[in-house]
Unconditional design. Structure first.
Length: 243
């Protein structure tokens, strides 16, 4: 049994059969599973117990999944895999902009869902901060400056110039870590996806650009004129001082 087997997964979907199908499958695979039929119950479940990852449907009556994700990301970086109709690319774009870690089209392929859950859980484990990591590491290789912000590689945390923590998702940390390990090197989209995702990936064209745009809003003094992570037209992105 893998280390991921005892992870607590919260499945939020308004369709009873989807919750039951996904919950039963993940239970059989050794995961602990809780379910929620709407955004209000989702928040109740999160308040009741620690959750390691969330499977969240976009199209729910009342408060939809995108609104629930937006509210969640204010103070919680738990990995979120969005469920969306395959054709609704705009929902995927919005989900990534709001901080979703991954997405999966309906009808759900349960084996693919399990594989993607294991990926975000591995990434979360790799970026988990030490229990006593409350401030950036002092000096050494564990500290990288991204413009006015400081990335603490050891604690997997980002801090602004005043020492206040800036919330980042596990995927955002993975991307920053890739840039930190490749300072001054131009990276194309495939290289970024491969190194940050740790698995084979079939992204739609704009996925990596959307994630970097979200990161820029956190680390750039002016996200409209990025100087920390710059675009190299026709190739990709580069982190580091201008030559």
């Amino acid at each position: 049994m893998s280390a991921n087997a005892q992870a607590h997964i919260l499945v939020c979907d308004d369709e009873d059969d989807v919750r039951e199908m996904v919950g039963e499958y993940l239970n059989r695979r050794g995961f602990k599973v809780s379910t929620a039929e709407n955004a209000d119950v989702l928040r109740e479940r999160i308040a009741e117990a620690d959750v390691d990852a969330i499977v969240l449907d976009i199209n729910m009556p009342g408060e939809d999944g995108l609104s629930a994700l937006r509210a969640l990301r204010v103070e919680n970086d738990v990995p979120v895999i969005m469920l969306t109709a395959t054709a609704e690319v705009v929902d995927r774009i919005l989900g990534l902009e709001m901080g979703a870690d991954d997405y999966l089209g309906k009808p759900v392929d349960l084996r693919e869902l399990e594989a993607r859950l294991k990926t975000v859980l591995r990434r979360r484990t790799a970026s988990a901060p030490a229990a006593d990591a409350a401030t950036p590491a002092k000096g050494g290789k564990g500290r990288v400056e991204f413009g006015p912000c400081t990335l603490d590689l050891d604690g997997a945390r980002l801090f602004d110039q005043d020492g206040e923590e800036v919330p980042i998702t596990s995927m955002e940390f993975s991307l920053l870590k890739v840039f930190a390990n490749n300072r001054g090197r131009v990276l194309n989209r495939d290289q970024l996806l491969d190194q940050a995702h740790d698995r084979d990936w079939d992204p739609f064209d704009r996925s990596i650009d959307i994630r970097i745009s979200r990161l820029r809003r956190k680390i750039e003094p002016n996200a409209q004129k990025p100087e920390v992570i710059r675009t190299v037209r026709g190739i990709g992105y580069i982190f580091g001082e201008r030559g």
